[in-house]
Design a protein around this ligand. Structure first.
Ligand code: GLN
Length: 526
């Protein structure tokens, strides 16, 4: 088993997840089994209770962990399925250690950051021992952060405990461009590497995030000051699609260097099909406009997996897509969405912006604009249909209006006794059976599906029959009773799903619902 540790320096949001996943992809293309682990140094037990403004999208693993959005990047790049073992936070690690202490497991000892917290961290580094060939560990945060220290210290101890050829460290850093001097600057990189070495970690490779190409003399300078050979200084230049990064690293022989350092040889003939696939849409002239109507229109990261799923579907059929994030509270909402070839209403929580979403759905339904509702988006299309197709005035979800006369969306029975907010939603994989002859059944080409969930409310089964008479059908059920999918047959594409299909799309393996939606948008654009 080989380990690669990814740390980040200078600033956050440099794309450690994407760089790590790109390296993972290259190693996979050489025939290795790769898994990835995220270590988040914050005290929240998971990001599930965090506002998307703080943390972007909350990703959901197959087994129901609420996790960092980097896990979505891992899944999409490596075509893998993540579980609880892929996600860790300081909060969860401390909780585990404190629970052990309360049980008396430490036999009267004083419980300390070193060794108890660091031991727990190290245990989690090696969860994939014997299951894969290479684990890539991404240490969240930036070198120098106080809260990241136990993770860096655990990394140092871990590296020391392994043979040199079994573990390496890669540091991702920023090489900023200073416009006055018209120069790229390496000093922040030198400082950041110094900080890392102070703790006892010597990076084997330095990946420089930069807007402009770094020159040979800069490479030599970084090499000299940071004590790495020049071939171990590479650039990760900003590019128009994150999916081009593996190829860009491959062109710089990053995989060659890593494999040499870890004593690995290519297991199979390197296959560059993936590189070709992700470049497809670039060659096309066709453009479609999709409107995503949500609460966090200014914060694309809040809808990361939806964004990627749409792009992947567009890639698959060689079209370019403009994804327009539109606030459901925008006063000009209806005039903006008129320009769209398709409308997607994503998941969300709480009352804000609901009526705008419902108005957008009404427009899509009446004007035969392709519509795709996800989780709260599905719930909104049920509310819209109740009010405008069934004439149930003030129909609503009890999340929005607890006293609605027509609770078409209601809290799940098992949710009614929930006391703690964290980790208690209906989370992770659940099975649904699809109705024969439905759009959902046609798209999935299967009678049974398994998809990931994250919600407390559901469509009220009492209304299913009434809806069906109005041409608004339930086309998927969990355990024969819980509605999971709704659709309108007499419409070019109108579907709402209670689950999150966006966690299932990958390059070369698009998601059937996104694919169907994007194809319907292309048709509308003609
Ligand atoms: N707020 C809704 C619920 O809890 C929808 C959740 C979501 O969109 N993820 O059921």
């Amino acid at each position: 088993m080989k380990y690669i540790f990814m740390t980040g320096g200078v600033v956050s949001s440099l794309g450690k997840g994407i760089t790590g996943a790109s390296i993972g992809k290259l190693l996979q293309l050489h025939g290795y089994k790769v898994n990835m682990i995220k270590m988040d140094p914050y005290i929240n037990v998971d990001p599930g209770t965090m506002n998307p403004f703080q943390h972007g999208e909350v990703y959901v693993t197959a087994d129901g962990a609420e996790a960092d959005l980097d896990l979505g990047t891992y899944e999409r790049f490596l075509d893998m399925i993540t579980t609880r073992e892929n996600t860790n936070t300081a909060g969860h690690i401390y909780q585990t250690v404190i629970n052990k202490e309360r049980r008396g497991d430490y036999n009267g000892g004083t419980v300390q950051v070193i060794p108890h917290i660091t031991d727990e961290i190290k245990k989690r580094f090696s969860v994939f021992e014997k299951k894969v060939d290479i684990t890539i560990v991404e240490i969240g945060g930036t070198i120098g952060d106080i809260e990241g220290l136990p993770f860096i210290e655990a990394t140092r101890q871990f590296i020391l405990s392994k043979k040199r050829e079994d573990v390496m460290s890669i540091h991702l850093t920023l090489v900023p461009y200073i416009s006055g001097a018209n120069e790229l600057k390496t000093k922040p990189t030198q400082h950041s590497v110094n900080k890392l070495r102070e703790i006892g970690i010597v990076p084997d490779m330095i990946v420089c995030r930069t807007q402009y190409p770094i020159t040979a003399s800069m490479i030599n300078k970084i090499s000299l000051f940071c004590n790495v050979p020049p071939e171990a200084v590479v650039e990760a230049r900003s590019c128009s699609s994150i999916y081009y990064i593996p190829e860009s690293l491959h062109e710089q022989d990053v995989d060659k260097f890593i494999m040499k350092r870890l004593g690995l040889k290519s297991k199979i003939k390197f296959d560059s099909k993936w590189f070709e696939y992700v470049k497809r849409q670039n060659k096309s002239k066709k453009v479609i406009n999709i409107g995503v109507i949500g609460k966090y229109a200014d914060l694309k990261d809040a809808y990361k997996s939806i964004d990627e799923s749409i792009k992947i579907s567009a890639m698959d059929i060689n079209v370019n897509v403009n994804i327009n994030y539109i606030s459901s509270e925008d006063k000009n909402l209806l005039s903006i969405i008129k320009k769209m070839h398709g409308i997607l209403v994503p998941g969300g929580f709480g009352i804000r912006g609901i009526e705008g979403k419902i108005a957008a759905i009404k427009y899509a339904r009446e004007n035969k604009v392709p519509f795709f509702g996800i989780c709260l988006g599905m719930q909104c299309c049920v509310i819209e249909a109740a009010r405008n197709l069934l004439g149930l005035k003030n129909a609503n979800s009890t999340e929005i209006d607890a006293k609605t006369p027509y609770p078409v969306i209601e809290m799940l029975e098992e949710q009614k006794d929930v006391k703690y907010l964290g980790g208690t939603m209906r989370l992770g994989n659940y099975e649904a059976k699809l109705v024969k002859g439905s759009l959902a059944r046609d798209l999935y080409k299967s009678d049974t599906i398994v998809e990931r969930h994250r919600h407390r409310y559901e469509m009220n089964p009492d209304y299913v029959e009434k809806f069906s008479k109005a041409g608004f059908d339930v086309s998927g059920y969990h355990k024969g009773i819980l509605p999971e999918i709704v659709e309108i047959k007499k419409h070019p594409f109108f579907i709402g799903v209670q689950f999150h299909p966006e966690f299932g799309a990958r390059p070369m393996k698009t998601h059937p619902l996104f694919q169907g939606f994007v194809k319907a948008c292309v048709k509308r654009a003609k």
